[in-house]
Design a binder for this molecule. Sequence first.
Ligand code: PMP
Length: 389
Amino acid sequence: MTTNPYAWLEDSLSTIHKANWYRSVQRLQNRPGAVVKLEGQEVINFASNDYLGLAGDERLIEAAIIATQHYGTGSTGSRLLSGHRELHQELECAIASLKQTEDALVFSSGYLANIGAIAALVGKRDLILADQYNHSSLKNGAILSGATVINYIHRDMEDLKHQLVYHRHNYRRCLIATDSVFSMDGDLCPLPDILSLADQFSSMVLVDEAHATGVLGATGAGCVEHFGCTEHPLIQMGTLSKALGSLGGYIAGSATLIDFLRNRAPSWIYTTGLSPADTAAALTAVEIVQKEPQRRDRLWQNVEMLKSLIQQSLSALNILPSESPILCLQCPNVEDVLNMAQQLKAAGIFAPAIRPPTVPTSRIRISVMAIHEPTHLQLLVTSLLRGLV
Ligand code: PMP
């Protein structure tokens, strides 16, 4: 007698339901913006990574249309075969110029950039020291690389040093990997201290600037610029899908690093090149980031305004310490956070509940954008207050 080899899927799903971990999608029915239509309801959008409001910008849309008309819809192959276009090179030059690095390499997503770079840089004989709250792409990249992975306590430099002292000498190469802005907390990694420890213990550093690109630093280059570490040799990863309003990811660094990755990063070599439309939109976004610092100013004004509104009326709230446009309201448990997200939605606010296993504790994640109006921020705070009483 044969048993159904897929039967376990139902059991597994029911376990996910029981633990309140079940996730489902919600349809957004118009262009990204500060106010969006979500499953038929108009809501103020605090769930987006489109920090500068560029994903719905006419100039990015126009660039994508022109690129599609000129180059077609798909890249048709790996960049090493038929998938390379002049646009890719222009985008890579523009990213390198923004990041003040010698070169850059564009991947088809940020996730693929992390997985590919880590797998290329370290292997079985090597060590990865990773912040415990790193993004899933860094975590999975580390696992896939085959290197030994040790997590250090979140942002804890004593612990990182301890791990280096006890383990570094047992391995050929060591890579320290960290988010620059932690995506589910909103705090920053202590980059100067990480770089100094890396120097002492002859280790490479990969910093994930997904939520910092276009957002932090005087010219929007990210956390590395914010901390004045631009001159330091390191591996900078970022995504084109958040403040840059498009799709794709990048690694920026020395010409040698990029040349090496072009030859060794499997998720760059064996996947189709980024589409002309996404490439052109990202290129336009990088130009806007450099030409329009007022967008970033507006974003930070909004962040400051929201923080001060929260302080005035909601000081009892458990908001995690944040140095970015990501503000997280901690909730005691999964039921409470789901209730809170539902109440906010009923009040016309879209701010998602983030639950374990994505994060250790449940929270409402609020993402501020440059295109939010003061009234949007005020309504958010009023609705949060109502949700609490
Ligand atoms: N790193 C971090 C810190 C992220 O938050 C994300 C996206 N959520 C990624 C990498 C992956 O980027 P992408 O969405 O471009 O694949």
